[in-house]
Design a protein around this ligand. Structure first.
Ligand code: ZN
Length: 247
């Protein structure tokens, strides 16, 4: 594999992607932040003008395990403001991927996003490497609370059943990824014959590592900006991800 061509025209990319998916036996999609930003969800790791008016610390500090433990109230202020986006809607990439799974073509979605938009679109087998804002877990009794429930609380949320501290089921800096999720993702990638990587620059751990498990015949990258893996890809679609899945 590798040495493929690059398509920049979105319509042409969609045609070529569709043709290759038709030809494939089983497809896995590996997605990053670009899949969510195409739904209008701002990347919560980025800083903008409003950010500095509201928060005293950079995102990488606020998303740390230590910060959660020591500045829990400020963490939740950030979490409610920047990480939960309840009115976001799945875009064409989410919808097409759900449809391909329904048709038996796509076996799994592996995602670095925590917004649950793949499930909202109808995807069933989703490996959420970094967890999900839709699960918030009592550290004492294990009760699970929704993102809506969190949005209805103020300050530091405590369990309704036992009073324990509720923590998002989101992987913070300094925390390790869930092993079962990682193994499931690696197995899915190892057993497909077409891997589509979308909306990620592939530099963030564990993206680059997981891609090494791919043993199939067609590696496609859909990303506006170049990635370090482009030269290994059979096809690069350097265009908007939602448009590339518009077929
Ligand atoms: Zn509890």
């Amino acid at each position: 594999m590798g040495g493929g061509r690059t398509i920049t025209d979105p319509q042409q990319a969609a045609q070529e992607l569709s043709r290759r998916i038709d030809r494939a036996k089983s497809v896995v999609f590996f997605g990053g932040a670009g899949v969510s930003t195409a739904s209008g969800i701002p990347d919560f790791r980025s800083e903008d003008g409003l950010y500095h008016q509201k928060f005293k610390y950079p995102p990488e500090t606020m998303l740390g395990h230590d910060f959660f433990m020591t500045h829990t109230e400020e963490f939740y202020d950030f979490y409610r403001n920047r990480m939960i986006a309840l009115d976001a809607k799945p875009n064409q990439a989410h919808l097409k991927l759900a449809q391909l799974e329904e048709q038996g073509k796509l076996t799994a979605v592996v995602t670095q996003n925590i917004d649950g938009l793949h499930q909202k679109a109808g995807s069933k087998r989703v490996y959420e490497l970094h967890g999900s804002v839709h699960r918030n877990i009592c550290q004492k009794c294990g009760a699970v609370y929704s993102a809506e429930w969190i949005m209805g609380t103020e300050g530091v949320p405590h369990c309704e059943k036992c009073g324990g501290l509720v923590k998002p089921d989101v992987v913070l800096y300094g925390e390790s990824l869930d092993e079962g999720t990682l193994i499931g993702a690696a197995k899915a990638i190892a057993s497909c014959d077409m891997l589509i990587i979308g909306g990620t620059s592939l530099v963030v751990y564990p993206a680059a590592g997981l891609v090494q498990y791919f043993n199939g015949s067609d590696l496609v990258i859909v990303n506006k900006q170049p990635t370090p893996q482009d030269s290994a890809a059979d096809l690069v679609c350097a265009c908007d991800i939602a448009k590339a899945f518009d077929f």
